[in-house]
Ligand binder design. Structure first.
Ligand code: NAP
Ligand code: G4F
Length: 326
């Protein structure tokens, strides 16, 4: 039985990747950090019905000793580094923490592997945020990076260190430069989930408006379930490499909100209000990815459309609020 080790297993992608790997027959080991609310941990794994099927172990990305201990104890075949302080807006409030977890944390993981278990295959969750103030209208693996937030700068450090460890130490280290991917398991602080949750509350009479910041920003939005498959496919290749993961279609925040409201039979214009507090110190105006390399070399493509995903998210949030109301 193959062993996969996942950091960030309690997050959106960690949950979907766990499900994907369990279905393939893997033994899935997930690292969780210590919390005073341990009974609340694993909500997403519970939602997918797999909390009892994964092995959860203690560790923290900023504690190299914990990573060394875990790598030498478990010796996994594949390591997926998904853990991060992943919310861009928070990265201006906590730039050092973001650098320590999202940037240096990835290097801690690479070091732990180099020192104790260099034969493992490694996946780094790189981000389209690294393109930032995009230097080309459509971004691929050759597009220059221009990070626009502490989060993006931290991801860029982690990304180049993944390349560096591959080239310096011959690690089988790959990265997915993933464009935004969402789902009903997305954190509610991210805009798509903020929208689907807001639409659900309005539909059920629990709220009367939806506050948004910059509705003109555009993103290339796919479904997380599709993206975790590409992570696995990268680690099955003979040679490690970096791949853009994207749908090839951009939709604005306003456009996504209109889809979500329309699915609930509501008119977006009646409910959206502007909240300047939600604007960012520096914005990433537009991202649109070209995943031709992943299509050619991995045979991967995003299958779920943004319309299907918005509908799934709104339905899930309506069901969730109904359940809460008893
Ligand atoms: P997410 O839902 O925010 O999950 C982040 C995970 O990191 C959580 O499990 C969190 O644990 C864990 N974590 C945070 N700090 C940690 C630490 N110090 N030590 C160990 N674990 C820690 O993120 P996601 O959407 O699943 O994304 C997965 C990865 O892909 C992230 O690295 C993200 O930056 C990157 N990415 C995401 C997207 C996207 O659109 N979703 C696109 C490009 C790249 P707790 O539950 O304890 O907080
Ligand atoms: O949903 P967001 O917070 O995602 P963002 O900043 O694009 O980052 C996500 O995708 C990255 C991949 O490109 C990941 F690396 C990262 O970890 C994360 O998963 O914001 C999307 C856009 C932004 O332009 C933001 O300014 O939506 C705009 N926006 C407008 N109103 C809002 C809101 N964002 C949030 N979170 N909340 C709002 O009310």
């Amino acid at each position: 039985m193959k062993k996969a080790f996942i950091t960030g297993i309690t997050g959106q992608d960690g949950a979907y990747l766990s499900k994907f790997l369990l279905d393939k027959g893997y033994h899935v080991i997930g690292m969780i950090r210590r919390s005073a609310s341990s009974d609340m941990i694993g909500e997403r794994l519970r939602y997918l019905g797999i909390i009892g099927e994964v092995e959860l172990v203690d560790g923290d990305l900023i504690d190299l000793s914990s990573l060394v201990r875990l790598m030498s104890t478990y010796k996994p075949d594949e390591v997926y580094n998904l853990a991060a302080q992943s919310f861009v807006a928070t990265s201006w409030q906590q730039p050092l923490l973001t650098g320590a977890v999202t940037g240096t944390g990835a290097v801690n993981m690479l070091e732990a592997l180099r020192l104790t278990h260099p034969s493992a295959r490694f996946y780094q969750a790189s981000s389209s945020e690294m393109f930032g103030k995009a230097q080309a209208p459509v971004q691929n693996e050759s597009t220059p990076f221009y990070p626009r937030s502490p989060y993006a700068a931290a991801k860029l450090y982690a990304h180049w260190m993944t390349v560096n460890y591959r080239e310096s130490f011959d690690l089988h280290a790959s990265s997915g430069i993933a464009f935004n991917h969402e789902s009903p398991l997305r954190g509610v602080e991210f805009v798509t989930r903020h929208i689907s949750d807001g639409v659900a509350k309005i539909k059920l009479g629990l709220a009367s408006q939806l506050k948004l910041g910059n509705v003109n920003a555009t993103r290339d939005w796919g479904h997380a379930r599709d993206y975790v498959q590409a992570m696995w496919q990268m680690l099955q290749q003979d040679e490690p490499d970096d791949y853009v993961l994207a749908t090839g279609r951009a939709v604005s925040v306003q456009g996504f909100a209109e889809m979500a409201f329309a699915h609930a039979g509501l008119n977006a214009a009646d409910y959206i209000t502007h909240d300047p507090a939600r604007l960012r110190p520096a914005e990433v105006d537009a991202l649109l990815g070209d995943a031709a390399k992943a299509a050619q070399q991995l045979g991967w493509r995003a299958n779920v459309s943004v319309e299907e995903m918005a509908a799934e998210m709104v339905d899930a949030d309506i069901a969730r609020h109904r359940r809460k109301a008893g």
